[in-house]
Design a binder for this molecule. Structure first.
Ligand SMILES: [Zn+2]
Length: 428
């Protein structure tokens, strides 16, 4: 299967020369095509269904490298010209549905999850394909459907009743900047000043970490004022049910600290018309929790003392597809394949270590593998066993990193390089 996947990458690479930044206007309009899907199934069988399409003014995603992806997630979406099959856009992401498939619950009964993807509005008719992949990088579900830009059933969104937003950071070249929206969740209308203050703290916190600090001028950040009726998120285990802007909740999948939202459509509806691509949902609670899903969302609590650390750690997941560098007994995923190289830059099974941080390894040392890393300096690059939530056979680059523990407020050199490369991919 790895060979087949390698071929796919090669084919995509062969196509990459065709579309450059100057070609945007040739292929796309300056507006967004939003496609809503339903992902459903269980551990045995998964399906993707088209639920609806809408268009919004402006395009706030990448404006170059249209047919390349910087790092793979667990799903891809691409657009091909319907007439000649030319690949014109490729994007990758991960989903909560695929996280759920790793749980025992996924053996019991099928479940359905919302998924929303944003694409630049094509000028001509296109064929859109979405693929979901398993941990072996095999395609487990596919949908192919045509989109006609002239289709009158494509709903118009974000043209009126656009929520109020405040710009907190602006890129030196705003039109080429990476667009982040911080969204209010569980803040009432009266608490909006408090929300803006929390966003300012969040922005200063994120940009106090390297390499974000020295690349701050590549980001546009807005705070979107989406008031909730109730203050704070729902906490099912305490029978607290609140009516909030994004419908967030603790106890996701029965895990107390897993604070996230299943209301992906509601989240995008709340943002319609604002300049957004990457989403940080700011949840008004002092209870510890949060989660980050690559190119889907970053959601976290704003009133806990680890607010900034969690924001930055989860942004590592949601923006860069970095893996957790920790592993704990009793929390290991089912069926994690050790004969496949994982996609994330910061963990390896050694199947294809050359694609990871082999070039950064000290030349005077053979590959080392240790469980007890206490004797090593936090930034000494090597191969430290226990990463990606797997105790044996998966390695991380340094003893400690922001992706392992919030107590070390620094990304390791491997994560730092991955973040720099990703920012350059979008903006350079
Ligand atoms: Zn790291």
């Amino acid at each position: 299967m790895r060979k087949i996947f390698g071929l796919l990458v090669l084919l995509l690479a062969l196509n990459t020369a065709t579309i450059s930044a100057q070609d945007f206007d040739k292929y796309f309009c300056d507006s967004t095509l939003r496609i809503d899907y339903i992902l459903s199934g269980d551990v045995h069988r998964q399906a993707i269904s088209l639920e609806g399409m809408s268009r919004m003014p402006g395009w706030y995603g990448k404006r170059q490298h249209f047919t390349e992806i910087p790092v793979h997630g667990a799903a891809t979406i691409d657009m091909r010209n319907a007439a000649n099959g030319e690949l014109i856009y490729l994007h990758t992401f991960s989903t909560l549905f695929q996280e759920w498939l790793d749980l025992d619950d996924a053996h019991l009964a099928p479940k359905a999850f919302e998924c929303v993807e944003l694409l630049p509005m094509p000028r001509d008719s296109v064929m859109v394909t979405v693929n979901l992949y398993n941990h072996r990088h095999e395609v487990t579900a596919t949908i192919k459907h045509k989109v006609y830009p002239t289709d009158r059933t494509i709903v118009h969104k974000g043209e009126t009743d656009v929520p109020q937003y405040v710009t907190l950071n602006q890129a030196t070249h705003p039109e080429r900047g990476i667009n982040i929206a911080m969204v209010a969740e569980g803040y009432t209308q009266e608490q909006m000043d408090d929300f803006i203050n929390d966003c300012k703290k969040g922005v200063e916190g994120l940009f106090s970490f390297e390499p974000f600090k020295s690349m701050r001028d590549r980001f546009n950040v807005i705070a979107v004022l989406t008031p909730s009726r109730d203050s704070g998120p729902s906490i099912p285990s305490e029978d607290v049910w609140h009516n909030t802007a994004i419908g967030s909740s603790f106890d996701t999948f029965g895990i107390p600290r897993y604070l996230t939202t299943l209301r992906i459509k509601q989240m995008h509806d709340a943002l319609a018309g604002t300049p957004y691509e990457h989403i940080i949902v700011m949840v008004n609670t002092d209870r510890y929790g949060g989660g980050g899903i690559y190119n889907t969302l970053n959601l976290l609590m704003t009133k806990h003392k680890l607010f900034i650390e969690v924001l930055v750690h989860e942004f590592g997941h949601s923006f860069v597809s970095l893996a957790d560098e920790y592993a704990y007994e009793g929390e290991e995923p089912n069926d994690f394949p050790l004969d496949v190289e994982p996609w994330s830059h910061n963990i390896t099974t050694l199947v294809d270590f050359g694609s990871k941080w082999k070039d950064l390894m000290p030349t005077d040392k053979a590959i080392i593998s240790i469980a007890d890393d206490k004797n090593y300096d936090t930034q000494t690059i090597g191969l430290y066993e226990g990463a990606g939530c797997v105790l044996k056979g998966v390695y991380r680059p340094t003893p400690n990193c922001m992706m392992k523990t919030l107590k070390v407020p620094k990304f390791c050199p491997v994560c730092t390089r991955a973040i720099q490369e990703l920012i350059d991919f979008y903006t350079k």
